[in-house]
Design a protein around this ligand. Structure first.
Ligand code: PMP
Length: 447
């Protein structure tokens, strides 16, 4: 029965979903940080459905709100206002600094970023976009062009890739190691603390070069994740974003913070990732953790930028539907009531400290980085060559970890990173369990 279903899935462009694990895992139940497969095996979820299940699977408080709303009203389209919509927009806007007060609701992160591109173009009258190496901004045609990693683009007959070289998107220099000359290499070669590296001038210089060589005209928008997600928690040197924002604005562009992974307290120290860089974006996009797994996305911007958007008729059938809004509202309540952001900081900091010990213990852990519960572990053949660990070895450790009951993620340009992004309700005991299993999987591989 399972094999038949898989073949059917394979006929559609959904193969990644079933080949993520060597043998497919059929998950049918979840509670907070725990998942159960159809055979009743329990897993500790340290990937949260790609950093999405922010306050835990089927969080009882959120579930109660969702069930009540499901009995009351599902849908009206955005031509009517509903109480959940009004309440949620007010709550969300109150969490962003002035003048970021105008909220648009979508169904995904890609849709929110598509909207941001359109808004940036309408507002500035310019066309060109800049995104960074190692970035991921979505899977729609437009956002696929912003996304850096070619693994997420589709080959086409003439040897090119759909949206790879969309002529109006230019890739900025950042992404990956902040200490290495090769622009595509992601292995760090110096030991300065993440986010504190002062090798900043070089990257800002490369951004200037991008402007000089590729963007003689004015720019419309600059997209950056405050900490890269799919890139596996890649951080920027201190003040990099500050200086990049300044240069983009000097050329008439707007700055977009893609908070799809970093928002809602995941980085621990701040509710929004951009706050950790002391910058003020013109547009903030978000999704994933916003509604803990229910499909939803949002964009928040200034009244000035929103005004330019009123030139056309914006319509989104499901965006802002009462189900998503009441769930997202409840997620915000839980984050506040349960101290979820603080938990991200405490458990995340503990994990980073303990993973750094594993890095010192194992020759094949090249780097441990991140903030709060946005963590990446970069795997290498050895610490001298820093060659990315082979995919076969990565899979071996990944599968072993899964077999021992812990689910983690993969990422990075060469697929050489493990991603640790659990639901934000995990405890220190969960962290210890994950660390023991991860340590054992690596040891098993080394033996
Ligand atoms: N931006 C970032 C930073 C993401 O990680 C993702 C999804 N991985 C997206 C945008 C796209 O979001 P969605 O899959 O909801 O369209």
């Amino acid at each position: 029965q399972h094999m038949m279903e898989i073949r059917q899935l394979n006929c559609q462009p959904m193969t990644m979903k079933v080949t993520y694990y060597k043998s497919p895992v059929f998950i049918h139940q979840g509670h907070m940080q725990w998942l159960w497969d159809t055979d009743g095996k329990r897993y500790l979820d340290f990937f949260a459905g790609v950093a999405t299940v922010s306050v835990g699977h089927c969080n009882p408080k959120v579930t109660a709100v969702a069930v009540a709303q499901m009995k009351r009203l599902w849908h009206t389209t955005c031509i009517y206002v509903t109480p959940p919509l009004q309440e949620y927009c007010e709550k969300l806007a109150s969490l962003l600094p002035d003048p970021l007060k105008v909220v648009y609701l979508t169904n995904s992160g890609s849709e929110a970023n598509d909207l941001a591109m359109l808004m940036a173009r309408l507002h500035t009258g310019n066309h060109d976009m800049i995104s960074l190496r190692g970035s991921y901004h979505g899977g729609s045609q437009q956002t696929m062009a912003l996304t850096s990693n070619s693994a997420f683009k589709y080959p086409v007959a003439n040897g090119g890739c759909t949206a790879t070289m969309c002529p109006d998107v230019f890739r900025g220099p950042w992404g990956g190691s902040h200490c290495r000359d090769s622009p595509v290499q992601t292995i760090r070669t110096c030991d300065c603390p993440q986010g504190q590296c002062m090798a900043n001038d070089k990257y800002i210089g490369q951004l200037d070069e991008t402007f000089a060589t590729s963007l003689p005209s004015r720019v419309a928008g600059f997209f950056a994740e405050p900490i890269q997600g799919m890139g596996a928690a890649v951080q920027y040197p201190k003040d990099y974003l500050k200086q990049a924002y300044q240069r983009v604005r000097e050329r008439g562009g707007v700055c977009i913070a893609d908070e799809v992974q970093t928002g809602f307290g995941r980085t621990g120290s701040h509710f929004w990732g951009f706050q950790g860089h002391e910058v003020m974006p013109d547009i903030v996009t978000m999704a994933k953790g916003i509604a803990g797994g229910f499909p939803m996305g949002a964009l928040v911007t200034t009244p000035e930028i929103a005004a330019a958007f009123s030139k056309g008729a914006h319509f989104n059938t499901y965006g802002g539907n009462p189900m998503a809004c009441s769930i997202a509202s409840s997620v915000l309540d839980v984050i506040k009531e349960d101290g979820t952001q603080q938990n991200s900081l405490v458990v995340g900091t503990y994990l980073l400290t303990e993973l750094a010990k594993l890095r010192d213990k194992h020759e094949i852990i090249g780097d441990v980085r991140g903030k709060g519960l946005q963590i990446g572990v970069e795997m290498v053949e050895d610490k001298v060559s820093r060659t990315p660990l082979s995919l076969a070895a990565m899979n071996n450790i990944f599968e072993d970890t899964k077999d021992m009951g812990v689910l983690i993620g993969k990422g990075g340009v060469y697929g050489q990173n493990f991603r640790v992004q659990p639901p934000m309700c995990v405890t220190k005991d969960d962290a210890d369990y994950f660390l023991a299993v991860f340590d054992r999987s690596i040891q098993n591989y080394m033996d």
